[in-house]
Design a protein around this ligand. Structure first.
Ligand SMILES: [Zn+2]
Length: 315
């Protein structure tokens, strides 16, 4: 029987850019499954972390069978194998590796690529999806996946650096309310440098890896989700889809999340049901004038490139 080639949509970009939300929207399309941050799946198996469906990894209707099939669960010797893969993924995706200019994939990167390919195939087979969405974000993942022969298409997700800086100060609470996911707690200058470096690295990777890609701004996704997603699908050659967006109130579109299985990612992945899409513009009041001015000055070339104007509020 002919099986259509599995395609993978990879979301790249910085932390707190809206990738969990984007992954949730795409994962609610029947032909797609969102696996969250696949690079962290082995850590989640090692600790038996909770999936966004509420079940632990070994009891989740998706990750349980995937774990058994791939030998991450339920057999003698699974734990050391999972631990090896976790260590490989973490070493491969650290900053020094990202900055290395050589284009040859290391042995670790090849191991990571082929394991991710197996993981995507198993997740697709057990969910019935033809497209897997990975919100992994780390810039060199595109090269790692292309090197493993994965049909990867990239969404470079960009968010206003002022919004990212304010979001990075806030902790996110898990749905049971008893644990907080700590924010990076970066100072404003560090947040700005990190934002510029991450987006520059993503662009550098996309220049050197021949994979289809499209840039999407978080703000455009929030303002006109259907238009933004249609544009992304057209640019990447994805199947036309009926996006899970309700436009009953034009000023506030609503996304209806189906039960998803994002094993790794920030706690927003636990959102279920209908959620209004409201742009998070807290930075407009939360950033004091002087540091805002410094940030806008320092990031001016990048902000112009991505279409972010300096604030009209006086300094
Ligand atoms: Zn699950």
């Amino acid at each position: 029987m002919h099986r259509p080639t599995l395609q993978v949509v990879l979301v790249l970009g910085g932390l707190r850019s809206g990738s969990t939300l984007l992954g949730g929207i795409l994962g609610a399309v029947p032909a797609m499954v969102t696996v969250g941050e696949a690079r962290n799946v082995w850590r989640a198996y090692a600790r038996n972390e909770r999936c966004s469906c509420g079940a632990s990894a070994d009891h989740c209707p998706l990750w349980g069978p995937v774990g058994v099939e791939l030998g991450y669960l339920g057999r003698d010797g699974a734990a050391p194998r999972v631990e090896r893969l976790r260590a490989t993924a973490e070493a491969t995706l650290r900053l020094p590796r990202l900055l290395r200019t050589g284009r040859q994939l290391s042995a670790d990167e090849m191991t990571l690529g082929s394991e991710l390919a197996r993981l995507y195939a198993a997740a697709a087979a057990h969910s019935g999806a033809r497209t897997v969405v990975d919100t992994g974000k780390t810039p060199n993942l595109a090269r790692v996946l292309a090197g493993a022969g994965v049909a990867v298409k990239v969404i470079h997700l960009v968010r206003d650096p002022r919004g990212v800086a304010v979001s990075e100060r806030r902790a996110k609470r898990t749905p049971d309310g008893d644990s907080l996911v700590a924010p990076p707690q970066r100072t404003l200058p560090r947040s700005a440098v990190h934002w510029a470096a991450t987006n520059s690295l993503v662009e550098r990777e996309l220049r050197t890896v021949a994979v289809p890609s499209v840039r999407l701004r978080y703000e455009d996704l929030m303002a006109d989700p259907v238009g933004a997603l249609d544009r992304v699908a057209g640019a990447l050659g994805l199947e036309p889809a009926l996006w899970p967006i309700e436009l009953a109130d034009e000023s506030e579109p609503t996304v209806s999340f189906t039960q998803a299985h994002q094993l790794c990612g920030n706690p927003d992945r636990f959102k279920q049901g209908n959620v209004a899409l409201r742009p998070d513009e807290r930075w407009q009041s939360a950033l004091a004038a002087a540091p805002r001015f410094g940030m806008e000055l320092g990031l001016r070339p990048w902000m112009l490139r991505y279409g972010y104007a300096a604030s009209r509020r006086p300094y």
